[in-house]
Design a protein around this ligand. Structure first.
Ligand SMILES: Cc1cc2ncn([C@H]3O[C@H](COP(=O)(O)O)[C@@H](O)[C@H]3O)c2cc1C
Ligand SMILES: O=C(O)c1cccnc1
Length: 345
């Protein structure tokens, strides 16, 4: 894969000044806990002592998966297109939470297996009518994968040019916890069973079946270690587009909000290509999907929320966003000890 992205590791030059500003606020040292780390990170990303979040935005990338026909999900493939219509009509979970917090929401057809031309407002970036079943062949060609990355990047650039400096990515695609589990297994080296969960709600027997299907996929494509090859072999169009989106957002010094298990697997792939992408990420929540805890541990990531949510769509991002705002407002608006005339010792 050509090096399409120029991602700088986050400069820590401003860290002492930011930390001093945080420590002068009227509170015991460190008392705002994880919010203080967030304020520091956002200040570093924006290279500013007075950061702000402008035009927050979530993209939902939708794509279908060939493996959906192999009994790995509790729902049929048709639900992907039906949910895209639901997103466009404003009725899904991510719609209501994004509206609640005034986050712009953009829905992208990354490769849904249906004709979506009648759906208003949808961004058409479809790469194919769903991926191939990775039991038979790689889910996508290397060329399709590269196109997905480029399209994700292009969409992020467009948002940045409209004033967005904080961005998150959600997904919709029946079967995509299977892709995510395989990507996680290949990139972390953790046992497959530790990476596979119940997704949309499989029972014990169905979960066993899912593990055996995914084991067959690994047998069919043994020994993969290159992140872009893993992504092309087991990924989805929506996952690959998300990888390109993460990488472009980091290149553009944007604050990146990371959702749950599937979004986490895409980030693993992005970090496999460009590790510095992680400097720009905040982790919105720990998903209830088994595997997400280990995925976060692997990335040394600490999630903001732990609500047993296992939905995707970017829903965790929308819920965590107000905490990011809180980090910024305390840094900008809280009085210092001197200003408030409060004694330090
Ligand atoms: C109605 C509905 C809405 C959803 N919104 C997100 N997902 C989530 O579930 C899917 C992944 O689970 P699996 O791998 O088991 O298919 C993805 O589409 C994901 O975003 C949904 C799933 C359903 C059924
Ligand atoms: O955490 C997620 O992203 C997730 C978990 C289960 C189903 N869909 C998404």
């Amino acid at each position: 894969m050509p090096q399409m992205f120029d991602i700088q590791p986050l400069s820590r030059a401003l860290a002492p000044a930011l930390q001093a500003k945080i420590d002068q606020k009227t509170k015991p040292l460190g008392a705002l806990g994880q919010l203080e780390a967030l304020a520091l990170q956002i200040g570093l990303i924006q290279n500013s002592l007075t950061p702000s979040l402008t035009k927050p935005c979530i993209f939902v990338f939708a794509g279908d998966h060939g493996v959906a026909g192999s009994g790995v999900s509790a729902y049929p493939q048709a639900v992907t297109a039906q949910m895209v219509a639901n997103f466009a009509a404003g009725g899904a979970a991510i719609n209501v939470f994004a509206r609640q917090h005034q986050i712009d929401l953009l829905i992208v057809d990354a490769g849904v297996n249906a004709d979506l031309t009648a759906i208003p407002g949808l961004i058409d970036a479809g790469i194919g009518k769903g991926t191939a079943n990775f039991l038979d062949q790689p889910a996508m060609t290397r060329e399709q994968c590269a196109i997905a990355l480029a399209k994700g990047a292009e969409l992020v650039l467009r948002q940045r040019d409209q004033g967005c400096n904080c961005i998150g990515f959600g997904e919709m695609g029946i079967g995509n916890t299977s892709s995510a589990a395989l990507i996680m297994h290949c990139l972390t080296g953790l046992p497959l069973e530790a990476c596979v969960g119940r997704g949309t709600g499989l029972d014990d027997a169905q979960l066993q079946h899912k593990v055996s299907i995914l084991q067959q996929a690994l047998t069919r494509h043994p020994g993969l270690s290159d992140p872009s090859e893993i992504l092309a072999t087991f990924g989805g169009f929506e996952i690959a587009m998300m990888v390109g989106a993460y990488l472009k957002a980091a290149e553009l010094n944007m604050l990146i909000m990371v959702d749950g298990f599937i979004a986490g697997s895409a980030l693993l792939a992005a970090a496999g290509l460009h590790p510095a992408v992680l400097d720009y990420c905040v982790f919105s929540h720990m998903s209830g999907e088994q595997g997400h805890r280990s995925l976060l541990d692997h990335l040394h990531a600490r999630p903001l929320l732990n609500l047993d949510m296992r939905l995707g769509e970017g829903s965790g991002i929308a819920l965590a966003y107000p905490l990011l705002l809180s980090a910024v407002v305390f840094l900008n608006e809280m009085a210092t000890f001197d200003e408030a005339g409060v004694d330090r010792d």
